[in-house]
Design a protein around this ligand. Structure first.
Ligand code: 13P
Length: 251
């Protein structure tokens, strides 16, 4: 076992307005000392990354982006935000390869890996998302799909985070069983070990998909789960802090 500090990350997706940044201040108040034992991260929409990072500059809450350009260097790429720009305004993490981007923007494993590498080049830690669809699970292809995504999407070296987010568990009410989560997390670590050897023990693997105050506690007890990537339940400080304070490391 490596010594992996838990990471609980909130992905606001395309929700929120400037006024909702107050939730981040409220979160900092509520989680108190737990923030020294758990890395707490909020990934707001791109336009709010700078004000969120400014607001948390003296608070134990990290700020990240939800996506970045695969281009490391400044370039003529209308609409894109580079990892260097995220870093410049205070972001320390960036989500890459979320299933909503893989599906809606046809992002391939190769593109996701380029984004992860661009992030690392800018000193921003990528959170690389992987996960099977309902049809792939039904067809018994979880190991094949997730294994392929991990091999194809993670950067060639360096410190990154992997998030296992079964597509069918996102935005609904169902999650895999605890045994199924354990199985896929083990598979991801095995795959990483094949690529990186013992260093795979240092990589944090998060679970994401319908994590909320009610089920987070039991999910955090699953072997190989180093934290969570939370969507809806990260938007309100009351819900997100309940998730964080429910982590065994918080007490
Ligand atoms: P929900 O927590 O809303 O299911 O979203 C999960 C997710 O996609 C986080 O990236």
């Amino acid at each position: 076992m490596g010594s992996r500090k838990p990471l609980i990350a909130g992905n606001w997706k395309m929700f929120g307005r400037g006024a909702d940044l107050a939730e981040i201040g409220a979160l900092a108040e509520t989680i108190g000392a737990a923030a020294s034992k758990i890395d707490v991260l909020i990934c707001p929409p791109a336009v709010f990354v700078a004000p969120a990072a400014w607001q948390t500059r003296d608070k134990p809450i990290l700020i990240g982006g939800q996506d970045c350009s695969p281009n490391a260097a400044d370039a003529a790429r209308t609409g894109e935000v580079s990892a260097a720009m995220l870093a410049d305004v205070g972001a320390t993490y960036v989500i890459v390869g979320h299933s909503e981007r893989r599906q809606n923007h046809k992002e391939s494993d190769d593109l996701v890996r380029q984004k992860a590498e661009a992030a690392m080049a800018a000193g921003v830690t990528p959170i690389v998302c992987v996960g099977e669809t309902q049809a792939e699970r039904a067809a018994g292809q979880v190991a094949e799909v997730v294994g392929r995504q991990v091999k194809g999407s993670v950067p060639a070296q360096g410190a990154f985070v992997v998030a296992y987010e079964p597509v069918w568990a996102i935005g609904g009410n169902s999650t895999p069983t605890l045994a199924e989560i354990a199985e896929v997390h083990a598979l991801i670590r095995e795959t990483l070990a094949g690529q990186f050897g013992a260093q795979a023990n240092e990589t944090r693997i998060l679970y994401g998909g319908s994590v909320g105050p009610k089920n987070a506690g039991e999910i955090f007890t699953v072997e190989g789960v180093d934290g969570a990537l939370v969507g809806r339940a990260s938007l309100k400080a009351a819900d997100f802090s309940a998730i964080i304070l429910g982590h065994p490391a918080a007490v």
